[in-house]
Ligand binder design. Structure first.
Ligand code: EPU
Length: 358
């Protein structure tokens, strides 16, 4: 049953739960949809308290981290939890391998900077990715030849169905290219509280991705790679605190060898990378070559330095952006016969974890 977003529930409501809150500060597209209730939580106790309250009131729960990979397209009924759990601790150090537990609300880039500062290899290629540590496993963030799954050992979650904390091993998280069970079959079930990373003091630099090595001036060290990645990203990608965006808006599509061969005949400059027997196409190239780069359309647009990124210049809601998305998808499909899939996670999720899973 849909609930009127203005309806007020005061029974046992924890004092830090606010009503009818604009979500504009909590999504980097800056869309100003409302949350019926919103709670920022920074301890496990306050988290459990608000989850219990939402369950008592039969309110659906939605979790937001840094809001940098979200497409909010409507008001969110129920309780929105903004995850601000903080803290880092080293749990094991043995033979150059370090297991580090980082709370989900920590800023991702600050964590990367911390690891580099401590001389720990593994996440340096993932520098300057916006968002929180807890969001990293959800879409298995990746850049410059490294993905979060390469360094995640296990993920601690609050199971919203059984109200208990548990650890899930990385191998069981269904990690794929910008994908995991957290945004798939487990969507709405688990709230990520801590991520355990396996980093190393032994050099494991990955420099194979498109010209990263050439960006490094001087000696190739951990911090030189970190700085080079920061430079490339600052140059190519819009800073969400300046221009509203959610990073890559589309995934790079994967096509079979036969379709790749035919496309390459028509478009010899096609940018692609072999993945097993298939090929991954650079969606940015497809969109760029179809003439979309830098296009502005009703207050939203395609970023002029990276066509894979859609930006919001002024719109309060997602309508114009969704229209632009459709136009781009249609144009790319007509030109190349390739279907583009959206990358950011869409909210709201309509059903509560309890309704959906019981
Ligand atoms: N390209 C163009 N025109 C464009 C954009 C790209 O021709 O407007 C070409 C580039 O010249 C290059 C190729 O496409 O040859 C690939 O571009 P780039 O190296 O910028 O990477 P990408 O495939 O567009 C992916 C990730 C980014 C990540 C970079 C670097 C996805 C969906 N995106 O982008 O991740 O930073 O690789 O590893 O996989 C994100 O997920 O939000 C994100 C920014």
């Amino acid at each position: 049953m849909m609930m009127d977003i203005s309806e007020e529930i005061t029974v046992n409501r924890p004092h830090f739960v606010q009503q009818n809150v604009s979500l504009s500060p909590f999504n980097t597209f800056k869309f100003s949809y409302q949350a019926q209730y919103l709670a920022m939580v920074d301890t496990i106790d306050s988290l459990k308290m608000v989850v219990n309250w939402a369950h008592q009131q039969h309110l659906p729960i939605t979790v937001i981290g840094g809001g940098s990979n979200l497409l909010i397209r409507n008001n969110i009924v129920g309780l929105v939890i903004v995850n601000r759990l903080m803290g880092k601790k080293c749990v094991v150090e043995e033979g150059g391998v370090v297991l580090l537990q980082v709370a989900a609300g920590e800023n991702w880039h600050e964590f990367v900077r911390y690891a580099v500062h401590k001389g720990l290899f593994g996440v340096e290629n993932l520098a300057l990715i916006p968002g929180t540590v807890g969001a990293a496993p959800v879409q298995n963030i990746g850049a410059y030849g490294v993905e979060a799954k390469d360094v995640i050992e296990r993920v601690q979650v609050l199971d919203l169905l059984h109200d208990k904390l548990q650890w899930i091993l990385a191998k069981d998280c269904g990690f794929g290219y910008r994908d995991s069970h957290f945004k798939g079959k487990w969507k709405g079930r688990y709230l990520i509280t801590t991520v355990e990373f396996k980093l190393t003091r032994i050099s494991t630099l990955v420099l194979s991705y498109g010209g990263l090595a050439n960006q490094i001036k001087g000696e190739v060290t951990l911090s030189a790679v970190f700085e080079a990645v920061c430079d490339v990203r600052r140059h190519k990608l819009p800073d969400p605190s300046v221009i509203a965006n959610a990073g890559s808006f589309f995934k790079n599509p994967i096509i079979c060898a036969e379709q790749h061969r035919r496309l390459k005949q028509i478009f010899p400059a096609l940018v692609s990378f072999p993945v097993g027997d298939d090929y991954k196409l650079a969606a940015g190239w497809l969109i760029d070559q179809a003439g979309w780069k830098g296009v502005r359309h009703q207050g939203v647009g395609v970023y002029d330095k990276q066509a894979l990124v859609l930006v919001n210049y002024s719109e309060q809601n997602a309508v114009a952006l969704l229209a632009l998305e459709s136009l781009i998808k249609q144009s790319v499909f007509e030109r190349y016969g390739v279907y583009l899939e959206r990358e950011p996670v869409e909210l709201p999720t309509v059903l509560s974890a309890k309704e959906e899973l019981s």
